[in-house]
Design a protein around this ligand. Structure first.
Ligand code: SF4
Ligand code: SF4
Ligand code: FES
Length: 636
C-alpha cells in the first residue's frame, strides 16, 4: 500500500474500496469481542467458513469478524447482512441452518431471534429489542459492521475524514475552540472539560508534549473502554491524532491494561495499518504534521487508571499516583505537558469534528453533552453496555432498557460510577443521569459503571464489599487512604459480623472526612462515597446491625439463623440428607429442626426446601425445637 498523501487521495481510496464492495452480497458478521469469544464465537467463525466451503459459497458469501454490540449476555451474536438480521446465543450446530435458510433463502430462523421474556415477541433488528430501543449509539454504532482489524472497513464508513478536515481545514486553535464549544467532558470519571484540558496542554511551557489514551478501566463489571477499543480502534486513533495536532504533540501512548489482550492486539494492528497508509508517522496525509503512537501494556492495577499513576507507569516506574499540585496537563509524563483522555473521549472527537460542536451540544443536557456508555449490571433483567444520551433518567435506564428487576423483586439501590460511586435509593430514580446530578446525590458518573441492587442487598454489606475492594487496590502510598480504608474495613467487617458497637458510625464518618480531604489521589478521596451514601440513605440498616444485631436484608451471615417452621415442615427429609454439617435433626414423619450449634449457615436447606419451611431469622430469638414426634399433615 502506497501511503495516502492528500485528502483527495483518501477520498479516492474510499471510492475504490466502496467500488470493490457489493452492498447486496451476503455477509455474516460474528462478534469476536471478549464476551462472545468467551462464549465460543471463534468456533462459530470456523463453523461458518467450513459450511460455506462445503456448500461452495465461499466466494458468494463473506464472513466478517466484528466487535461487540453490548448485549453480551445474549452472545454469541451473529448478524446477517444485507437484511441486518440479528441472531443471539448462536452455536456451531445452528450454522448449517443459518446458511441454508437465512443466507440462501432469506428465511428467518425464529428460535435464534431475541425473544422478549415478558411479551414473547421476537425481534429481527436491534431497534425492536427493548434493550436497544431507548439507546442512542454514536460510539458503538459501527461495532457490528466493521472488522476492527481492517482499516479499509473503517475508511469505507468515512473513517479518517475528520482527520483530513482537521489537518487541512482547521487550525489547532479552531479545533480546540470546537471541542470547547461542544462541551465534551472527560468520559473517564472526572468529567473535566476536554477542550480546556487540551488548551492547557497546548499553552503549557515545555516541549515535547504528549497525548495519552487511558484504556485501563479496572472497575469490576465495567468494560466500555475495552469494547470501544476492541470494536473500533481506528476511531480512538483518529481522535488521538486530531488531538495531537491541536495540542502540538508528536508522540502519543495508548495505555491498555494487560487483562485486555484483544483490545491491545486490535489497537496495535490499527497503528501498524495507519502507519502503512500514511495516517500516522511523518507528514500525515501530506500535511507536514508528524505523529507516532506506542501501545503500553499496563499491569492491571486499579489505581493505574489514575492519570498521574498511569503516567508514572509509562515512565517505567511503579504505577503509583503522585501529588498533582501542578496538573499533568502542565507537568505530566517526564514532567512535560501531557494530555490524557479516556478511550471514549478520544473516540468522540472525530464525530465532533465532522458533525460540529452544535450537533453534539444538542444531545444530552446543558451541563453534560453527548452520549455516555454505561455498563448496566447487577439485578436487572437485561445486562450489558448501553449507550444513551446524557440526561436519561435512572428509572428509564433500569426499567426500560434493563427490563426491571430480576425475579420480580423490589429495586433497592443503584451504584453509579464504579466501586467508588455512591448508592442511590428509590426516591431518586427520576434523576437525570449526568455528571452534575449524580454528584449532587453523593455519587458520580465515574467511567459509567452501574450496578443495580434488589431488596436482598444489605447496604452495610455492600459498603463493606466496596471498601474491601478499594483496600486491596489502594497503592498504600498515602496514609489517609491506606490506613483510612484499613480502619473502615475493620469496623465494617465487625458490624457485619455482629460485633458492631456504639460510636462505630461516628468513627467511620470521621475517617471519611479525613480521607476525602487528605488522600493523595481520587481513589482515596472517592472511596468514601459508598459508605457515606449508604449511611445517608440507609442509616436505619446500620443502626439495626449495631444495636439489634439485625440485618433486614438477611444477607449478613453472622446476623441470621436458619430455622425450620414446624407448621410448614412436611418431613420430606431432603434437608436432613443434604445438610453438609449434619445439623438437621428429624426422621420419617417427624418435624425437622436445626441444631444451631452445628449449623454452618450454608443455606443449602433454605435453597432446597420445596415447602418454604426453612426460613431465615434475624434480630429475634430462635424458637425452641419441637418436642417429641409430631404427626405430619398430608399435602392437599
Ligand atoms: S489515595 Fe490511596 S491509592 Fe491514592 S495515593 Fe493514596 S494510598 Fe494510593
Ligand atoms: S443452613 Fe446449611 S448447615 Fe445449616 S441446617 Fe441448613 S443445610 Fe445445614
Ligand atoms: S462481546 Fe459479543 S455482544 Fe458483547
Amino acid at each position: 500500500m502506497k501511503p495516502i498523501r492528500s485528502p483527495e487521495d483518501l477520498e479516492r481510496l474510499r471510492k475504490e474500496i466502496l467500488a470493490k464492495r457489493e452492498p447486496s452480497k451476503p455477509c455474516i458478521t460474528v462478534c469476536v469481542s471478549t464476551g462472545c469469544v468467551a462464549q465460543g464465537s471463534i468456533k462459530l467463525v470456523e463453523a461458518f467458513k467450513a459450511e460455506l466451503e462445503k456448500q461452495g459459497l465461499t466466494d458468494r458469501v463473506e464472513v466478517k469478524e466484528t466487535g461487540c454490540v453490548g448485549f453480551c449476555e445474549q452472545g454469541p451474536r451473529v448478524t446477517i447482512y444485507p437484511q441486518e438480521i440479528y441472531y443471539f446465543k448462536v452455536k456451531p450446530e445452528d450454522v448449517p441452518e443459518i446458511v441454508s435458510k437465512t443466507v440462501l433463502k432469506n428465511e428467518i430462523v425464529e428460535r435464534l431471534l431475541y425473544k422478549d421474556p415478558i411479551t414473547g415477541k421476537t425481534a429481527q433488528i436491534l431497534e425492536e429489542i427493548p434493550f436497544y430501543k431507548y439507546q442512542l449509539r454514536l460510539l458503538l454504532e459501527n461495532n457490528a459492521k466493521i472488522n476492527p482489524k481492517n482499516i479499509e472497513d473503517y475508511i469505507a464508513i468515512g473513517g479518517y475524514s475528520a482527520l483530513a478536515k482537521a489537518l487541512f481545514k482547521m487550525t489547532p486553535e479552531q479545533i480546540i475552540e470546537e471541542v470547547k464549544k461542544s462541551n465534551l467532558r472527560g468520559r473517564g470519571g472526572g468529567g473535566f472539560p476536554t477542550g480546556i484540558k487540551w488548551e492547557t496542554t497546548r499553552n503549557a511551557p515545555g516541549e515535547p508534549k504528549y497525548v495519552i489514551v487511558n484504556c485501563d478501566q479496572g472497575d469490576p463489571g465495567a468494560f466500555m473502554d475495552r469494547t470501544v477499543m476492541e470494536g473500533n480502534p481506528h476511531s480512538v486513533l483518529e481522535g488521538l491524532i486530531i488531538g495531537a495536532y491541536a495540542i502540538g504533540a508528536h508522540r502519543g501512548f495508548v495505555y491498555v491494561r494487560e487483562e485486555y489482550p484483544i483490545a491491545a492486539e486490535n489497537i496495535s494492528i490499527a497503528i501498524e495499518q495507519a502507519e502503512e497508509y500514511g495516517l500516522l508517522g511523518g507528514n500525515i496525509l501530506g500535511s507536514g504534521f508528524s505523529f507516532n503512537v506506542e501501545v503500553y501494556r499496563g499491569a492491571g492495577a486499579f489505581v493505574s487508571g489514575e492519570s498521574s499513576a498511569l503516567m508514572t507507569a509509562i515512565e517505567g516506574k511503579v504505577g503509583e499516583p503522585r501529588p498533582k499540585y501542578i496538573h499533568t496537563a502542565v507537568k505530566g509524563l517526564w514532567d512535560k505537558p501531557s494530555c490524557l483522555n479516556n478511550t471514549k473521549t478520544w473516540a468522540t472527537i472525530p464525530l465532533i469534528i465532522l458533525k460540529g460542536a452544535e450537533w453534539f451540544r444538542n444531545i444530552g443536557t446543558k451541563g453534560s453533552s453527548g452520549t455516555m456508555i454505561f455498563s448496566l449490571v447487577g439485578k436487572v433483567n437485561n445486562t450489558g453496555l448501553v449507550e444513551v444520551p446524557m440526561g436519561i433518567t435512572l428509572r428509564d435506564l433500569i426499567f426500560k432498557i434493563g427490563g426491571g428487576i430480576r425475579g420480580g423483586k423490589k429495586f433497592k439501590a443503584v451504584q453509579t460510577g464504579g466501586p467508588s460511586g455512591g448508592f442511590i435509593p428509590e426516591q431518586y430514580l427520576d434523576t437525570p443521569v449526568d455528571f452534575d446530578e449524580l454528584t449532587k446525590l453523593g455519587s458520580m458518573m465515574g467511567s459509567g459503571g452501574m450496578i443495580v441492587m434488589d431488596e436482598d442487598a444489605c447496604m452495610v454489606d455492600m459498603a463493606r464489599y466496596f471498601i474491601d475492594f478499594l483496600l486491596d487496590e489502594s497503592c498504600g502510598k498515602c496514609v489517609p487512604c491506606r490506613e483510612g480504608l484499613r480502619a473502615m474495613s475493620k469496623i465494617l467487617n465487625d458490624i457485619c459480623e455482629g460485633k458492631g458497637k456504639d460510636g462505630d458510625i461516628e468513627k467511620i464518618e470521621d475517617l471519611a472526612e479525613v480521607m476525602k480531604e487528605a488522600s493523595l489521589c481520587a481513589l482515596g478521596r472517592t472511596a468514601v462515597n459508598p459508605v457515606l451514601t449508604s449511611l445517608k440513605y440507609f442509616r436505619n440498616e446500620w443502626e439495626e446491625h449495631i444495636k439489634e444485631k439485625k440485618c433486614q436484608a438477611k444477607a449478613c451471615k453472622a446476623l441470621i439463623n436458619y430455622y425450620i417452621d414446624p407448621e410448614k415442615c412436611q418431613a420430606c427429609m431432603l434437608c436432613l440428607r443434604e445438610c453438609p454439617a449434619g445439623a438437621v435433626i428429624g426422621g420419617k414423619d417427624q418435624v425437622h429442626w436445626i441444631d444451631q450449634k452445628k449449623c454452618v449457615k450454608c443455606g443449602t436447606c433454605y435453597e432446597l426446601c420445596r415447602f418454604g419451611a426453612v426460613v431465615k431469622l434475624t434480630g429475634e430469638p430462635i424458637p425452641p425445637p419441637p418436642m417429641g414426634v409430631k404427626p405430619i399433615r398430608k399435602k392437599k
